[in-house]
Design a protein around this ligand. Structure first.
Ligand SMILES: [Fe+2]
Length: 429
């Protein structure tokens, strides 16, 4: 019975500060990770997990209880609200211990607010679970969020094999996993031997649901008269991202070349993350301005009126290293500025914007190639800028077919494969 185990190791009462009375039970260790209860007080437990100190708030622990009364075994969803946890939650006297099977076990001093608990509540946390939540890097690893981007210029990207065979991508999980890792790292891959008018939809659905837009489920990039978008002309189309006038622009873009025998029309790509990092290093003030100054995008044509305002550089607000989350850069789709342009800050922003533009358009930063027939490019639309040189529409035909999906689908598929092919120690979230 738990109570007998409780007596072995426990605290006097969760109020006093540190004490060495809380020691690991060495008996009957079920895994090799050591766990010791170093001290407790009114608000926290301090544990030694494999000798490393980690501090856990009682509210966090009570809120995260994984038992069947707190987390539905079928849906894996929480059955209480965080706001139901009383501020004075703590273990009962002698109610926190390391069990024989090396878990932290807690008998709580009070029920959740608004819950009619008639019995006392016990929670159990495995040492692996505790280690996972002992640091942000462990949490990231357990979520498979720790795969970094590789920032590139032309020299770097030309040394990487970004080509994937269509058959591997479509019919082998390892093939798709390889493609997704490249896409995560570089934001850009090329699928070879893609055939058929609807193949781009098939490639997209291999990662996730297609993101429908007013351009259609998939859309044709052909030069037409009276085009509704500059993409549907033979004009040069400068570096840009698609659909920044949406509240949630799609994260992945697919472009399949079905025909391409015109003169001109080369595609080129730039890693906007790298350019932004260079700007941060060279001119931190300009970088900060691009993180805050509002730029408006719109599409006001053909019976539509989309509009969204966003800064050029967006940082991940929760990263400890101010990591870049995404970039918003799409000159052809900018609206007139809607900020107060009478203020000095506008001109300061323009200078910073021009410096960023120079970095983006520096030839040594761009990767240019002719998208061949039966080749499909996939790129990260929140990181990689794409562009097209002008082409001679009378010299032949050029037909690309495009599709979008959301980054959520891409990340979910990548995490699922990482878990399948490279499992890290557990976390039952
Ligand atoms: Fe585009």
């Amino acid at each position: 019975m738990l109570v007998s185990r409780l007596l072995r190791l426990v605290a006097t009462r969760p109020c006093s500060s540190s004490s060495s009375r809380f020691i690991t039970n060495p008996a009957n260790r079920t895994n090799q990770l050591s766990l010791e209860l170093k001290s407790i007080n009114d608000t926290h437990a301090t544990l030694l997990i494999d000798g490393k100190e980690a501090k856990f708030d009682w509210i966090f622990l009570r809120d995260s209880c994984q038992c069947a009364r707190c987390t539905d075994p079928s849906t894996r969803q929480k059955l209480h609200n965080t706001t139901d946890v009383p501020l004075t939650i703590a273990p009962q006297n002698r109610g926190a211990q390391i069990s024989n099977d090396n878990n932290l076990e807690i008998l709580w001093n009070k029920p959740l607010l608004n819950h009619q608990d008639i019995t006392e509540h016990r929670s159990s946390y495995s040492n692996v679970w505790l280690r996972t939540y002992s640091s942000s890097s462990n949490i990231a690893r357990a979520r498979y969020h720790d795969r970094p981007s590789v920032y590139w210029n032309r020299k770097v990207i030309e040394s990487v094999n970004l080509r994937v065979q269509c058959n591997d991508y479509l019919h082998s999980d390892r093939g798709l996993y390889h493609a997704l890792k490249l896409l995560n790292d570089y934001g850009l891959i090329f699928i070879d031997n893609v055939q058929g008018e609807l193949a781009v939809e098939q490639l997209t659905e291999r990662i996730g649901e297609i993101r429908h837009t007013f351009y259609g489920k998939s859309w044709d990039v052909k030069s037409t008269e009276k085009a509704i978008n500059v993409a549907y002309t033979s004009q040069a189309l400068g570096l840009h991202m698609d659909l920044l006038y949406f509240e949630a622009p799609p994260g992945l873009q697919f472009l399949h070349s079905l025909t391409n025998d015109v003169q001109g029309g080369a595609s080129y790509y730039v890693d906007a993350f790298r350019a932004a990092e260079t700007l941060r290093r060279q001119n931190p003030q300009a970088f900060r301005l691009l993180c805050s100054y509002p730029v408006t995008f719109h599409y006001r044509n053909a019976g539509r009126h989309y509009h969204f305002t966003r800064p050029t550089i967006v940082l991940n607000p929760f990263s400890s290293d101010q990591r870049i989350d995404h970039i918003n850069y799409s000159p052809p789709f900018q609206a007139p500025f809607e900020s107060d342009t009478s203020k000095d800050e506008f001109r300061q922003f323009i200078q910073a914007f021009q410096q960023f533009r120079d970095l983006l358009e520096e030839p040594s930063n761009s990767y240019e190639l002719m998208l061949k027939k039966d080749q499909c490019v996939i790129f990260h639309n929140r990181r990689i800028l794409h562009a097209r040189r002008e082409f001679d529409a009378s010299s032949g035909s050029r037909w690309l077919k495009g599709c979008y999906t959301d980054l959520d689908n891409f990340k979910a598929q990548l995490r699922t494969f990482q878990e399948k092919f490279h499992p890290v120690a557990d976390v039952h979230i």
